[in-house]
Design a protein around this ligand. Structure first.
Ligand code: UD1
Length: 419
């Protein structure tokens, strides 16, 4: 297993290219199953989760041809509609094949993802939504089987609460359902919008993109399309905080500033100076230093849960206190004990964590527990006095492309080695 070793205390300065968003790429790849014509995706990040999704699609019968920065997904000869436990357990987003498979082939059998480190994360909304589109659902032996031998039919579904994955699954399924589907209280995350735009390029008829209600007119078949994966706002937000925690100055290229509005509002209140550049944003800590700010995670356009652990690392060295409240996932404070080992002062009360800023963090051996927790430990390590060893970085490799290369290019002293 790999570990990352960081010598803290070095200012970051330079330009960081932001990769394509993992959370956009995964549903976009699943969307290839909707058509017998090839889907070409560019700006795909090279990440462990992307490889897992590729393996899943290949075992369904999808031909993948990746070269010259583009990958062509050809689902003309899909011969297997079962997504096995072995692949689904590695990545919850595997459940995104359920909607496309049942919509195009009238049947799909997908392993239930099971528990996960950051909460129970059931897939009940995905299932209920498909039932509203006429699918028969059977849960047996750890698998969900959806069948609609005569195809799905349009329907109305009001999400009782916002779910990114269930919105994506149902939107994809509805593109091939007979008649109109209306989905209300849908997720508005930029990755959902990116998927919707790709589906439109494939010939789907979707109204209300970017709003909380989507109206989808089903079509018989979808066509070939080419789509560039949107820039990763979570990766960009992480590097913005890396600049702040090292009193640095970075430019983030390839991200849309409006995808980070809530994050930049919080960071500006914390004392960062943020400017737009022609293809991204510039970020640096202002002269007044870093101040504590309160943050609550919410569905987009609110502050993303996927940046909660990182802002906690940042707040741990801010002047004053910060109350960080997690409303999306239960049990998403696993980074707290690890940050505490580096000297952070954090008290958790239910869904909120009170962070009292300290003057300095100190290097330690710490262990990554999930993807975003790992990046919070990297941020803490960049600011800490001395050496930090972050173990179990395979979590990090699921979501950050070439992280040590990108940080080292801006002056971080960071290396990857075998444990
Ligand atoms: C996606 C992101 C993940 C991000 C999350 C919230 C991908 C691949 N992953 O995950 O990085 O943290 O959005 O922004 O895009 N829930 C149910 N039943 C369901 C579905 C969800 O109870 O059927 C609950 C979940 O347990 C969670 C909440 O709803 O508490 C939101 O989850 P959801 O938006 O679905 O997250 P994912 O799509 O899994």
């Amino acid at each position: 297993m790999d570990q990352i070793v960081i010598e803290g205390g070095n200012r970051l300065s330079g330009k960081i290219p932001v990769s394509g968003a993992k959370n956009a790429a995964l549903p976009l790849m699943a969307a290839c199953l909707l058509s017998d014509k090839p889907l070409t995706l560019t700006n795909l990040p090279q990440l462990a989760d992307i490889s897992t999704m590729s393996q899943l699609l290949e075992q369904h019968g999808v031909q993948i041809d990746a070269s010259n920065g583009a990958a062509v997904f050809d689902a003309a000869d899909v011969d297997n509609t079962v997504a096995p436990y072995d692949l689904v357990r590695r990545m919850r987003a595997s459940v995104l094949v359920l909607g496309p498979l049942v919509a195009r082939f009238g049947e799909a059998k997908v392993s239930l993802p099971g528990g996960c480190a950051i909460g129970t994360r059931p897939v009940d909304l995905h299932i209920q939504g498909l039932e509203h589109l006429g699918a028969e659902i059977d849960l047996d032996g750890g698998y969900v089987t959806a069948s609609a031998p005569n195809g799905l039919t349009g329907g109305k579904f009001i999400f009782p609460f916002v779910s990114v994955g269930a919105t994506e699954n149902l939107m994809m399924a509805a593109t091939l359902a007979k008649g109109e589907t209306v989905l209300s209280n849908v997720a508005r995350e930029p990755e959902v919008t990116d998927l919707a735009e790709c589906l439109v390029a494939m010939g789907s008829k979707i109204d209300g993109i970017g709003s909380d209600t989507l109206a989808i007119q089903g079509v018989d078949t979808l066509n070939s399309a080419e789509h560039s994966v949107v820039g990763d706002r979570i990766e960009a937000g992480t590097y913005a905080m890396a600049a702040a925690i090292t009193d640095g100055d970075v430019e983030l290229a390839g991200v849309k500033a409006e995808h980070l509005d809530a994050v930049f509002r919080a960071l500006a209140d914390a004392g960062l100076e943020i400017g737009k550049t022609y293809d991204g944003v510039s970020v640096r800590l202002g002269k007044g230093g870093l101040k504590g700010v309160d943050v609550m995670t919410e569905p987009f356009p609110g502050f993303p849960t996927d940046l909660q652990a990182q802002i906690m690392a940042l707040m741990s060295v801010a002047d004053g206190a910060a109350m960080i409240t997690e409303t999306i996932f239960e049990n998403r404070f696993m980074h707290v004990p690890e940050l505490a080992r580096m000297g952070a002062n954090v008290n958790v009360h239910g869904a909120s964590a009170l962070v009292r800023g300290v003057d300095r963090l100190t290097g330690a051996e710490v262990m990554a527990t999930d993807l975003r927790a790992s990046s919070s430990l990297i941020l803490a390590a960049l600011a800490a006095m001395g050496e930090t060893v972050v173990r179990r970085v395979y979590h990090l490799d699921r979501g950050y492309e070439r992280i040590e290369e990108k940080l080292a290019a801006c002056g971080a002293v960071i290396r990857r080695e075998k444990e």
